[in-house]
Design a protein around this ligand. Structure first.
Ligand code: GAR
Length: 202
């Protein structure tokens, strides 16, 4: 098995998609071993507990220094034997120690078709507000590898979603989640888990 760590900040619907995929046997050799939140009130933590998955909280309040935060997060992941990471609505920054510990082993889900509507400041509802303000007719989601630049890592999977007349940012966000994010994040996670499993066999 390949131990997956999931980093979260909010509602955790993408975490739920991963948990559901695992329950259906769709994560291949991947096994969700730990969920870490940078917000102690994140509902995602509840979802993890309900599924019997171990949780941890590491917030900016608990560790305001970014370098120490990075080090502590690295420690928590190592202690739990985490071999790869999924950022599932994680709105923190992944520091250089974590990046170095998991090269090509961290996947992020972004709620737009990268390179559109990505990078600094584009997260959550803001992305969908910008898509609607620009009058786009198509948007979607992207699963990509995480590197030092925000939303700049290699693209693994993308799926397009139609923008409809009368959409609000909330309605569009929900459609992008249902039709794209919850489908491609588990597929991307499985892909990386399979690569790790293959490497172990060599
Ligand atoms: C998701 O739409 C995710 O794509 C987005 O935040 C939401 C979290 O929802 N992530 C970003 O904007 C990252 N730049 P969730 O907590 O219900 O999965």
């Amino acid at each position: 098995m390949v131990k997956i760590g999931v980093l979260v900040s909010g509602g955790g619907t993408n975490l739920q998609a991963l948990l559901d995929a695992q329950a259906r046997g769709e994560l291949g050799p991947g096994e969700i071993a730990l969920v870490v939140s940078n917000r102690k009130a994140a509902y995602a933590l509840e979802r993890a507990r309900n599924a019997g998955v171990k949780t941890a909280v590491l917030s900016k309040v608990m560790e305001p220094d970014p370098a120490k935060y990075d080090e502590k997060l690295c420690g928590i992941l190592a202690e739990n034997g985490v071999e790869m990471l999924a950022l599932a609505g994680f709105l923190g920054i992944v520091g250089e120690k974590v990046l170095a510990a998991y090269p090509e082993r961290i996947v992020n889900i972004h709620p737009a078709l990268i390179p559109s509507f990505c990078g600094k400041g584009f997260y959550g509802l803001r992305v969908h507000e910008a898509v609607l303000a620009r009058g786009c007719k198509v948007t979607g989601a992207t699963a990509h590898l995480v590197t030092a630049g925000v939303d700049e890592g290699p693209i693994l999977l993308q799926k397009a979603v139609e923008v409809r007349e009368g959409d609000t940012p909330e309605i569009l966000q929900r459609r992008v989640m249902e039709q794209a994010e919850w489908e491609i994040l588990p597929r991307a996670v499985r892909k990386i888990a399979e690569t790790i499993e293959e490497e172990k066999r060599k």
